[in-house]
Design a protein around this ligand. Sequence first.
Ligand code: F6R
Length: 598
Amino acid sequence: MCGIIGYVGSKSAKEEILDGLKMLEYRGYDSAGICCFEKGKFSLIKKKGKVATLVEACQGQLKDVHCGIGHTRWATHGDPSDKNAHPFLSENNSVAIVHNGIIENFEVLKGSLQKQGVRFRSDTDSEVIAQLLQKSKCESELKKVQELSTLLKGSYAIAILFKGLENQIFAIRKNSPLIVGKSKDGFYLSSDVNALVDKTDEYHIMEENEIIWIDNNDCYAFDEHLQAKEIVYNKMNLTKQDISRGAFEHYMLKEIMQVPNAIKNTIQECDAVINPYMKLPREMIKELRHITIIGCGTAYNAGLTASHYAREREILVDCVYASEYRYRKFLPIENEICIFISQSGETADTIEALKIAKEHSIPTIVVTNVASSTLNKLADFIIPTKAGPEIAVASTKAYNAQITALYGLMDYIYCIKHKLNCRSCILKDKLDDVVKKLEHYSFKKVNELADIIKESERVFYIGRGVDYATSQEASLKLKEISNIHSESLYAGELKHGTLALIDEHTTVIAIATQKSLFDKTLNSIYEIKARGARVILVTQFEVDIEAVDMLIDLPCTDQAIMAEIAIYPMQMLAYKTAVLKGLDPDKPRNLAKSVTVE
Ligand code: F6R
């Protein structure tokens, strides 16, 4: 959700910032901009459109620049346009800023500045930051930056340039991520670690309310009271290969092909001699009465999938969307724990939901893919997924890694509660089998199906039990990257309303991997066929049913973990359909990865 980059050093700030923006583009791509010190003045270039448009506009410009800030935007306040693109300059051009987050009280602040005669150039909330800094009466720039935290409400990661302080960048953050990178050629600021790979050897994750001041020689950190702090640097352990597209046409394709590895690496982590489950206090698990799983989008769907696995192990689980959890009336449940799932670990709704759970002293566990993330810092316990960097906006391999980690967790809880020896090797063997089968999966039928789906007006996915959870995720994938209207339904619910929408223009994809529910789903298939719709069946069972127009065969594995397999062709179906429609699956319309705003 908006990407920020900053650079001070001996290299060309233009090249470093544009490179960084390309890596951060998955966070937003409706406009992009750059501002550098050039001969003592600000040179600003910003453009509506993707980073490539900005790169073109920068050709022949910004020739000898060594300090600057850049931004790639996902619009919240104000339409995507040149004027609403970041960076913003203050009215007298003495301050330049880029911002990621939402300033919730911007209207009040803007109104008061306008009363003082300040003229605004954009419709954004962010511009108030530049104007406030210009108007500040504080004696030093550092104090002006500190003062922001007393004025701004909401979430922000901000990088700032002050005219007259050439080759210096200031930064502050609250509820939005910002990272400092250190290299022999200078210092960087970035919204994530990925943009710093191959550029820096070390990085520092800025803490809440931390203030950073970078000059030509060094980087200094301060707390909210401007007390100097020591900067803790972590070693960069990602490589260029981890974050590049390689020979793949899109990141999403690369990431789907990495699903088997994501499962394999996550099992390894969870099967280690000292694994993350063992860090959970035994007493807490023994006493455990209820689990609430919280997440957004795909992460929520992973929770829903795992909740069926948990139920089979007599563990009571509820799944709640983070955006609902944070505002619903809180009711205490005795001996409850909350599990938060998030690929990025930076999703604003999930972070706020976790804070609420902590306020009520509920033990919190996070399942995340990014070790440096905010959620990891906040939670009591961490279960890491090992999917590797996920860059395509649509989540794929992270989903499989999440359910893998959750299966392990539910088994662990079951064993402790029933005083059994925890034998993670049983699950490991089953998951190894899944990995092998996915590695050899043929997408031939999926390609044929994508050819049909690309012409569809609407697609319904149906399933019962855990297959409903898979159908939720499959439907989300299709709608977000192919722009085809799609919905998922409990198969048994069709006849209670949605059947009215089923006709010969409809395609219904039925997912049926559970033996005990198969015949029930079949009933729904007959009801659908009778209304003229095209029916696709996704199953591992050998069937020959006239009502089914196409069968997507799944390889067989233990039924309890079939969701790992069933989602695989569905991820590819969404990808292929988007490509056939000429859409960019990595950058779906109106979306961005890592939703750091509410
Ligand atoms: C869908 C998708 C989103 C994310 C959601 C949560 O393909 O990627 O629905 O799953 O925004 O993101 P994380 O997992 O980073 O909290």
